[in-house]
Design a protein around this ligand. Structure first.
Ligand code: C2E
Ligand code: MG
Ligand code: MG
Ligand code: MG
Length: 293
């Protein structure tokens, strides 16, 4: 289409594309540097058991404070890294660092790390996981890898082989963003997931008098129970959402109502202060006395 627009148009588009490509390259270079000089960090968001408000795990989430551009969110830089081989190094770095940090936590507390589909398909992925566990001494059962349905886009035989290898090592597998992709149910038939994570979008629409979202959350919880899997509801911010998902039977919640992701130093402080419990607290307009759970 660009070519049909005549010479001027073509130049316009290619100049723009060149800018985009240049920006991509700059970001990749900056990311490489950030990994080395530690301006790229992992923060940890608690996963909480609702029955007693105890922290059962944390999800590692990348945070990048760019020296000139400020905070760049993972939804911005992860896709760029995924378009290059850098995602493999970045992903390996995250698993290694998360395992290391988790060794300083109570043994009951798990660490969840996001794994991109491209990283999962990489030939050295399983070896990287094994190395991280061996180097840090973390119990494999304490490491949970969060995958999305996109891992099934690749060759099914290879995917299943990788699943089997990971199960043999003894790490846990979670299916992230559940319900947002395609034909999720057939994946559950054969894949060895230990946990489903209900996507935040269902929780978001829950409050807008959307009966269906609440019913879907309820059904996903029921499905997980039937299949013997854990389920975490993600992205709970407000008390009315909290009430509702608790009523639907959510045993584990991860969301701002408990805490945002925080640096390892703050988590260590908390451990030193003896507490691994956390209370739900939301914005002022959601009054705690309205809570029915
Ligand atoms: P995700 O794995 O689904 O992570 C959950 C996202 O929801 C995080 O966004 C978290 O901060 C956000 N969140 C949790 N609770 C709440 C809440 O109550 N309210 C709101 N508004 N947001 C909440 P974040 O940290 O921006 O990460 C976005 C995505 O980037 C992640 O989605 C994950 O797909 C990806 N990502 C982050 N770190 C890594 C990583 O180390 N490796 C890979 N491959 N992907 C990562
Ligand atoms: Mg995740
Ligand atoms: Mg998610
Ligand atoms: Mg996601």
């Amino acid at each position: 289409a660009a070519k049909n627009g005549g010479r001027g148009m073509y130049r316009f588009y290619s100049a723009e594309l060149k800018d985009v490509e240049q920006e991509r390259q700059i970001m990749l270079d900056d990311l490489r540097e950030a990994m080395e000089n530690e301006t790229l960090k992992l923060h940890y968001q608690p996963v909480v058991r609702t029955s007693d408000n105890s922290i059962v795990g944390f999800e590692a989430l990348m945070r990048w404070e760019h020296p000139e551009k400020g905070n760049i969110p993972p939804n911005h830089f992860i896709p760029v890294a995924e378009d290059s081989d850098l995602i493999n190094r970045l992903g390996e770095w995250a698993i290694r660092r998360a395992c290391e940090d988790a060794t300083a936590w109570p043994e009951t507390v798990r660490i969840a790390v996001n794994v991109s589909a491209k990283q999962f398909a990489n030939k050295t992925f399983v070896a990287g996981v094994t190395q991280a566990l061996e180097a840090t001494g973390l119990d494999p059962d304490r490491l949970e890898l969060e995958l999305t349905e996109t891992v099934f886009v690749g060759d099914l035989e290879t995917t299943e082989k990788t699943f089997a290898e990971l199960k043999r090592i003894g790490v846990r597998l979670a299916l992230d963003d559940f319900g947002t992709g395609y034909s999720s149910l057939s994946y559950l038939r054969s894949a060895p997931f230990d946990k489903l994570k209900v996507d935040k979008s269902f929780v978001d629409s829950c409050t807008q008098k959307d009966q269906n979202s609440a019913k879907i959350i309820s059904a996903i919880i029921g499905l997980s129970n039937a299949l013997g899997m854990d389920v975490t509801v993600e992205g709970v911010e407000a008390f009315d959402q909290f009430d509702l998902v608790c009523k639907k039977g959510a045993k584990y919640i991860q969301g701002w109502i408990y805490s945002k992701a925080r640096p390892q130093a703050e988590i260590l402080d908390e451990i030193a202060n003896g507490g691994f419990k956390i209370k739900p607290s939301g914005p002022d307009q959601y009054r705690p006395e309205r809570r029915s759970v």
